[in-house]
Ligand binder design. Sequence first.
Ligand code: PLP
Length: 398
Amino acid sequence: MSELLSEAEARDAADGLAGLRDRFVLDGAVYLDGNSLGALPAHVPARMEDVIRRQWGELRIRSWTEGGWWTAPERVGDRIAPLVGAAAGQTVVGDSTSVNVFKALVAAVRMAREDGGGRDEILVDAATFPTDGYIAASAARLTDCRLRPVAPAEVPSALGGRTAAVLLNHVDYRTGRLHDLPALTAAAHAAGAYTVWDLCHSAGALPVGLDAHGVDLAVGCTYKYLNGGPGSPAFLYVRRDLQDRFDSPLPGWNSHAEPFGMRPGYEPAEGAVRGRVGTPDILSLLALEAALEVWDGVSVAAVRAKSLALTDFFLRCVGEYVPAGRVESVTPEAHAERGSQVALRCPSDAGGVMRRLIGRGVVGDHRAPDILRFGFTPLYVGFADTERAARVLAEVVG
Ligand SMILES: *Cc1c(COP(=O)(O)O)cnc(C)c1O
C-alpha cells in the first residue's frame, strides 16, 4: 500500500465527519461533483413519499395551512440561514438562483437610486457564472445603468460615486478561487454601493458570515453543497435593515402584505417574505427541507476544516502521482483564497480525460475548454476517495 493511501486511511479513521457519509445514497464511485448536484440524503425518498401520498394525496388543499406549505419558503430559509451566518428572518427560499439574482440586483439599484447621487453603474464579476452576467446585463438595461465587468480583485479601484451595485460570485465556479467577501463588501459600502453576493459555491461549503460582514443582499443554490436535489429552489437573503426598502422587480401575490385579500393594488409584506413571487414549488422545497436535516449538529467550521484538508491532500496526491506537465492546478494554494473544489487545467483532451475518469468511477466534471473540476463535499467525501481520484487520474493521463 502506498504511503499516501495509508495516510488517507488513518485520516478517515480520525475524521469526526466520516459517519455522515452513511446518511447519503452513494455507490462505489468517488463522487466529486457535489458542486454541481449534491448526493441524495438517504431519508429524503421516504419523506417525499409522505409529502406526495399523504400531504398532497390525502390532505390536499389543507396542507397549505395545516401542513405548513404556505410558510415553507421562510421556514426553509431560516434553516439555511445559520449555514451562511444569517440570523432568522432574512432568508427566503424560492425560484432559481438566476431569478433571485434579478430580484436582488434590480432592488439594489433601486436602493442606490433612492439614496440619491444619480448612480448609474453596475459592476459585475468579469469571470462570473454566465447566468449572473446575462441577468445583470438585462437588469442594467431595465434600470438605465451601464454594466462594467471587472475582476473581483479590481473592484475596489473600479468603485466610485457612480456605482450603484456590485454583483460578485463568492467562489469562482471555474477555478475554485474564493473572493474576499468582507473586504469587497466594506469597499463597496465605503463607496456608497450595494453588494449582491452569489453564494452558489460557498453555501454549505465554508463559513460565509453574511450578518457579520454586513452583506446587503445574497443569493445561492441549494442543489450543490446543500444537497437539496435537482433544481431545488434557491435562497435570497435581504439584510434586515434593508427589508423595508427592498422594492422587488417581481412583486407577485406571495409577497403581498395580504395575499388572500386579492386586492388590485400591490402592497409589500414586511420581512423576508418580500422576496417571494408566486406559488412555491412545494415538492422541491420540501425535498430540500428534508435534505437539510443532515446538517443537524454539523458545524460549518468543521466542514470547512475538512474541505481544506481534502483539497490540500488531493493537490499533494496529484503532485505525487500525475506525471509532470499533464495537469496544472488553477485553484489557489492559499486557504484564504480557496473554495471547496480543485480545478486542474488539462491542455490535452480534457473532455476525454473526464469521460475516462467517470468510466473508472471517479466523477468530476469538465468545463470547456480545458478544465477538470473536482468538488469536495466534506459530508460524504473522504481521504481515501481523494487518494483514489488522484491515482486514477494519474493512470488516465499517464
Ligand atoms: C450553479 C450556479 C448558478 C445556477 O443558477 P440557476 O438559476 O440555478 O440555474 C448561478 N450562479 C452561480 C455562481 C452558480 O454556480
